[in-house]
Design a protein around this ligand. Structure first.
Ligand SMILES: Nc1nc2c(ncn2[C@@H]2O[C@H](COP(=O)(O)OP(=O)(O)OP(=O)(O)O)[C@@H](O)[C@H]2O)c(=O)[nH]1
Ligand SMILES: [Mg+2]
Length: 201
C-alpha cells in the first residue's frame, strides 16, 4: 500500500522499528463526528454499530443542535489506517453517550492514546470525556470538528476554554475530509512519540 504520510515519519517512529500496530481511541461527546471520522479515513470497511434512535431515547440523548441525527453508535466503531510501511493505526471509536461509559474499560485497554473530538459550539460537553480519558491515563490530542454554519473558534480559544495543558496538541478538522482527519492522527501519533521519548529519557 502506498504511504499516506504527509510528515516525515522520522518525526514519530523510533529508528530501527519494525511495523508497529498502534491502538488509538477516537472519543468525544454525543454526535461530535467520531463515526464520520473513522469512516472518512479507514482503509478497511469500518465496523460500525449504529442503531436508530427512537423516541424512547429522547429523554436521555441530548439532541440539542443535532436534530437531523437518526442513529447513534451503541458499541464501537473500528477502522484501520496505515500511516507508513512501519506504522498501522487501529482506531476504536467509543460511543459518546454517558449510558455506554461502561464499555470504556474494554475499549481503552492497550490504547496508546486518544483523539478527542470536540464541537466548538458544545465545548462544555467535552469535559466528561476528557475526564474519562485522563482517568485511564491516556495522552490525548484535541481535534476541533467544525460543522457548517458553526462559529469559528481558533485552537487557542478552544485550548483556553477547555483548560488544556500548553503542550496538548489542538488541531482543526472536518471529520468528513480524509486528509484533515489523517493529519489529526499524525499530530497525535507524533505527540505520543514525543511523550514516550520523555518518559524514557
Ligand atoms: N457539516 C458537518 N457535519 C458533520 C461533520 N462531522 C459529522 N457530521 C455529521 O454530524 C452527524 C453526527 O456524526 P456522527 O459521526 O454520527 O457522530 P458520532 O460522534 O459518531 O455520534 P454518536 O456515536 O451518536 O455519539 C452526522 O450526520 C454527520 O454526517 C462535519 O465536520 N461537518
Ligand atoms: Mg458514532
Amino acid at each position: 500500500m502506498a504511504s499516506r504520510l504527509s510528515l516525515s515519519e522520522d518525526a514519530y517512529v523510533p529508528s530501527g522499528a519494525q511495523q508497529t500496530a498502534v491502538k488509538i481511541l477516537i472519543v468525544g461527546h454525543f454526535a461530535v463526528g467520531k463515526t464520520t471520522l473513522i469512516g472518512s479515513l479507514s482503509e478497511i470497511t469500518p465496523l460500525s454499530t449504529e442503531e436508530r434512535m427512537t423516541t424512547l431515547s429522547e429523554r436521555v440523548d441530548d439532541l440539542k443542535g443535532v436534530q437531523g441525527k437518526t442513529t447513534t453508535t451503541v458499541a464501537l466503531d473500528f477502522g484501520r489506517l496505515t500511516l507508513s510501511e512501519r506504522v498501522v493505526l487501529y482506531l476504536f471509536g467509543s460511543p459518546g453517550q454517558q449510558r455506554f461509559v461502561s464499555l470504556w474499560d474494554d475499549t481503552a485497554r492497550g490504547a496508546l492514546g486518544a483523539l478527542v473530538l470536540v464541537d466548538p459550539e458544545r465545548l462544555a460537553d467535552s469535559f466528561d470525556v476528557m475526564d474519562l480519558v485522563e482517568s485511564y491515563g491516556l495522552d490525548f490530542a484535541v481535534a476541533i470538528n467544525h460543522f457548517d454554519g458553526s462559529t469559528f473558534h481558533t485552537p487557542e480559544e478552544v485550548r483556553e476554554a477547555l483548560d488544556l495543558l500548553p503542550d496538548t496538541p489542538v488541531v482543526t478538522i472536518d471529520a468528513r475530509d480524509e486528509k484533515s482527519s489523517v493529519d489529526a492522527l499524525i499530530t497525535l501519533v507524533r505527540y505520543l512519540h514525543e511523550r514516550a521519548d520523555l518518559e524514557h529519557a
